[in-house]
Each structure stands twice: as C-alpha cells, then as structure tokens.
Design a binder for this molecule. Structure first.
Ligand code: SDX
Length: 377
C-alpha cells in the first residue's frame, strides 16, 4: 500500500487526461476542444458549442441544421414529467426538481443501461432539450402559472425565454443569456464533472451520473454560488454598505460568494466577457434599481480585491445578469445545469472511452486494532 502525501480536496492533483477542454491558469484562458471560449462566446451559438463538446468539431451548416431539428423535436415533456412537477412541493429547491426529473427520465428510459456512445449521445441530446422545459415549467408553477409549450420555431435560448415568460426579449438580452450558457458549458475536472466521472467509472448509467452531478453542483462552494451571490447583494442592500459588510463578513470567516477559484488564482478567464454582457444589460435596463445593484456589485468586487486580492469567478457577474433577466434567484443554478449538461455528458462519454474505476486511497487516522469486548448483558 503506497503512503503518498495527502492532497485534501485533490487540490493540484492530476487524475486523468481529457481532450474536451483545458483551463490554462498561466495565460488565464480556457479552450473547448482547442477553441478559446471567448471566441466561441462572441461568434457561435450555444447549440454549436454543445455539438463541439460532444463531437470534437464545430458543425457545418447541414450538421447544425440537423442537430437543431433533433433538439427541437425532443423538447416536449411527456405526461409523467408534467405530473411529477405538479406533485413536487413548490417549496422544494429547483435543483431538487431537476435532480428528480433526471432520475425519472432514467427510470422511464428502456435503454437506461445502454452505455454505448450512440445511446449516450441520444440521451445527452434529450436532456439538453428537456431540462429547459422542466426549469421553465417549474419557474412558472412557483408563480402560480401554467406551463408554456416549447416552440419548435425558436432557437434554444429564445425558446427558453418564451417558455418562462411567454415572450422573447430583445436580441441583446437573449445574446447575454447565450453568452452565459457558452461560458458555463464546460470547465474540465470541476467538482460536479468529476462526480459524473466517478459514477461513470463504475459503469453505472448516464442518468445516475447526471443526477449525482446535479447534487454536487447545488452546493454554494460550486454552482450554488450564483444564487448565493444574489442573496448576498440583497443582504448588503446598498453600495455604501459594501465595505462595512465585507469587513464584518471576513472577520466572521464567511466565504464571499462568487469570489475565488481553485484553479484561477489571478482571475477567472470567463469573467470579463460575462461582466461586459452584464454591463450591457444594466445600460439597456436604464433603471435606477439595476444601476444601484450594479454599483453595489462593482463596489463589493473592488473591496474584495483590495482587502483579500481575491478575484470574482463566473458566478459573480452571472448571478446579477440572471436577476436582471427576470429569473427568480433559486432558479439560477438550474440555468447552470442547462448549460453544464453538455460538459458533463461529454466527460461521461470520454470516461467510458478509456475507463478506469476511480477509487483513491485514504490515510487511516482512527483507533489502532483492538479486541471486541464481551457483549453487555
Ligand atoms: C465554480 O472548479 C471549477 O471549475 C468550478 C467552476 C466551474 O465552472 O465548474 O468554476 C464553478 O464552482 C466557481 C466557484 C463558485 N464558488 C464560490 O464562489 C464560493 C466562494 N468561493 C470559495 O469558497 C473558494 O474560493 C473556492 C471553494 C471556490 C475555492 O476554494 P479553494 O481553492 O479551496 O481555496 P481556499 O478555500 O483554500 O482559499 C484559499 C484562501 C483561504 O484563506 P485562508 O483560510 O488560507 O486564510 O483564500 C480564502 C480562504 O479563506 N478564500 C476566500 C474565498 N475564496 C478563498 N475567503 C473568502 N471568500 C472567498 N470566496
């Protein structure tokens, strides 16, 4: 048995290779299948990025047309999912709704245990198409509204707004949402993706791996941070209170949501683009409340940088952007799931392609071996 050093949280530990993306800390950049994510977010649609992550190449016009047609045809929810949504309490967290919905889809899939690349690609596309319908229907039921059917004439991002709000906002709002989806799609061996790979490494099914990944992403140290950012801004209340609030929070050893990162130590490569998109939303809103929030958001960011030298991560601008788009705060992390389902399922396929059961060691720190005392009477 080896007695290697302990790496808590697996910080800095390389456990496998991947061809899907790389986070280049030195140059503070991120590439998906070799393409800089900033260029993809500026020039491509989320559907094209999903295709790229799954297939390794960007689709040509014919393949994109066929991909979009298949995604749109898969959107409609069948009755059992609609009935499930109606039965879950409106007080449960939207991530619990998503986790349960994926579990139901797996239970109903006769091919659940078929882990072939073709079967998993079909499941992945079905999840890409259906998760937004679940998130939108859940968003509306919490507001006492009936679901809005998906519209096969609309693109992925437009259709999501249509299903949530019954209307499609201005193109720059849709574009900001699409930028967030592209930036959230994939990030190498983050906690939820690694969770999906651990489950897949036992040769369990794709739905089990995705359900586990949703559970991991829900945590505020990971995907749950974008929701926590909004709660934090509401707690601070005004730009004038940002510094005092921060000093008190840091003194209380609180983690400031939306800041810091295990890999990026000089700033998350995705933040500048997301911040620009969020700034455009604020300018477009031309509304005192949006301006006040943006001022508070900037003040906290500056204070955190000056006091701790810690930069924001993607969740920090994304949380404000989703609020400005009109989404309810608890729905922010489900938006992350709608995007990261692409990265998760790409890694599931990759793990299966050259699988090794993931089973690390532990250094034992419990009691030395001892005899069991006689049973008490
Ligand atoms: C995501 O891995 C990915 O790629 C994740 C992600 C993806 O796309 O999948 O990028 C998405 O999960 C982004 C992270 C979202 N989480 C948050 O915003 C929650 C707040 N952040 C922190 O909890 C923290 O920064 C982590 C968890 C993100 C990273 O933690 P690390 O790498 O384990 O760093 P650390 O906790 O060891 O911090 C080092 C020091 C500590 O100070 P000391 O105890 O050594 O004095 O920096 C401090 C920390 O206290 N610190 C913070 C802080 N982040 C680090 N202090 C206050 N607030 C913070 N946010």
């Amino acid at each position: 048995m080896t007695t290697s050093a302990i790496h808590r949280g697996l910080a800095g530990v390389v456990v496998d290779t991947t061809e899907i993306s790389t986070v280049i800390e030195e140059t503070n950049s991120l590439t998906y299948r070799g393409y800089p994510v900033q260029d993809l977010a500026a020039r491509r649609s989320f559907e094209e990025v999903a295709y790229l992550l799954w297939h390794g190449e960007l689709p040509d016009a014919d393949r994109l047309r066929e991909f979009r047609a298949r995604e749109r045809a898969l959107r409609p929810l069948d009755r059992s999912l609609s009935e499930l949504l109606a039965r879950l309490p409106a007080t449960c967290h939207p991530m619990d709704v998503l986790r349960t919905a994926v579990s139901l889809l797996g239970a109903e899939d006769p091919a659940e245990d078929d882990g072939s690349p073709a079967a998993n690609r079909a499941k992945s596309l079905a999840l890409l198409a259906r998760l937004p319908v679940v998130v939108a229907a859940d968003h509306r039921r919490r507001r006492g509204l009936d679901p809005v059917r998906p519209d096969p004439e609309l693109g992925y991002a437009e259709n999501f707004f249509h299903m949530c709000f019954g209307t499609v906002p201005a193109p720059e709002v849709v574009r900001c949402f699409e930028v967030s989806l592209i930036l959230y799609a994939e990030h190498s061996f983050n906690a939820s993706t690694f969770t999906a790979r651990v489950v897949t490494s036992t040769l369990s099914d794709l739905y089990s791996a995705v359900t586990a990944a949703i559970g991991a992403l829900k945590g505020p140290l990971h995907g749950g941070a974008n929701e926590a950012v909004m709660h934090m801004l509401e707690e601070i209340g005004s730009p004038e209170r940002a510094e005092t609030w921060l000093d008190e929070a840091l003194a209380a050893k609180r983690k400031i949501m939306g800041f810091g990162h295990r890999v990026y130590k000089h700033g998350d490569s995705r933040v500048p683009l997301m911040q620009e998109a969020t700034d455009r939303l604020v300018a477009r809103a031309a509304d005192p409340e949006a301006t006040r929030l943006a001022t508070l958001h900037a003040a906290l960011r500056q204070a955190m940088l000056s006091r701790k030298g810690i930069h924001p991560n993607l969740d920090y601008p994304a949380g404000l952007a989703y609020h400005l788009m009109g989404f309810d705060t608890p729905a922010f992390t489900p938006l992350f799931v709608m995007s990261r389902i692409t990265g998760w399922t790409a890694h599931i396929t990759e793990q299966l392609a050259h699988n090794a059961l993931i089973r690390p060691l532990a250094s034992y720190a419990g009691p030395a071996q001892r005899p069991v005392p006689a049973a008490v009477r």
